[in-house]
Design a binder for this molecule. Structure first.
Ligand code: CMX
Length: 142
């Protein structure tokens, strides 16, 4: 019997998340910078964020504005100011990747993946276990 199994690894940078104070203003700024328009604006209530997405080649840039002061984005901006908030990597099987990375000693912030922006199942790794970088895994919901 032939077993078809996805390789367990992070496949590519899916997007880079940038925390911004004012999404409307930043949308205009990044439109000018990239020379192209965003393709999606989406509110993610579970994460208390409003987002917009730009496609650049194979990768995306996600801008994130906090919906209220309890949002991770509000806390991040208060402590560190606007800037790169996370890097997201595409995976084929998020459940298998979570198990693999837990075995490797990484702390998974939400071991039960949740629905994120742009039709993805997502989970985060704590930055204290990844050299200070907040890492997101994301799998396309089919
Ligand atoms: N990148 C790197 N380090 C970060 C960070 C980030 N985005 N956010 C917080 N930290 C740092 C803090 O500065 C702190 O560092 P120090 O200990 O040196 O001060 C450390 O992580 C831990 O901070 P904490 O006080 O224990 O935890 P916080 O309340 O700041 O929460 C985190 C941090 C990562 C656990 C929390 O933000 C989280 O659970 N994030 C995942 C969910 C998320 O970010 N959602 C928004 C995006 C949603 C989307 O993409 O759609």
């Amino acid at each position: 019997m032939i077993w078809l199994k996805f390789a367990l690894m992070l496949k590519k940078i899916e997007h880079i998340g940038i925390a911004v104070k004012n999404l409307k203003e930043s949308n205009e700024l990044f439109k000018k910078l990239f020379g192209k328009d965003l393709y999606k604006v989406e509110a993610v209530e579970s994460e208390k964020v409003s987002t917009s997405f730009f496609m650049l080649g194979e990768s995306k840039i996600e801008l994130l504005e906090a919906q209220n002061e309890n949002s991770a984005i509000a806390k991040f901006i208060e402590k560190r100011g606007e800037g790169i908030h996370h890097m997201a990597f595409e995976v084929d099987d998020i459940y298998a990747e979570i198990k693999r990375l837990q075995t490797e000693g990484f702390e998974i912030l939400n071991p039960e993946p949740k629905k994120g922006a742009d039709n993805k199942l997502i989970c985060f790794l704590h930055p204290k276990t990844t050299n200070g970088v907040l890492i997101e895994l994301c799998q396309e919901i089919k």
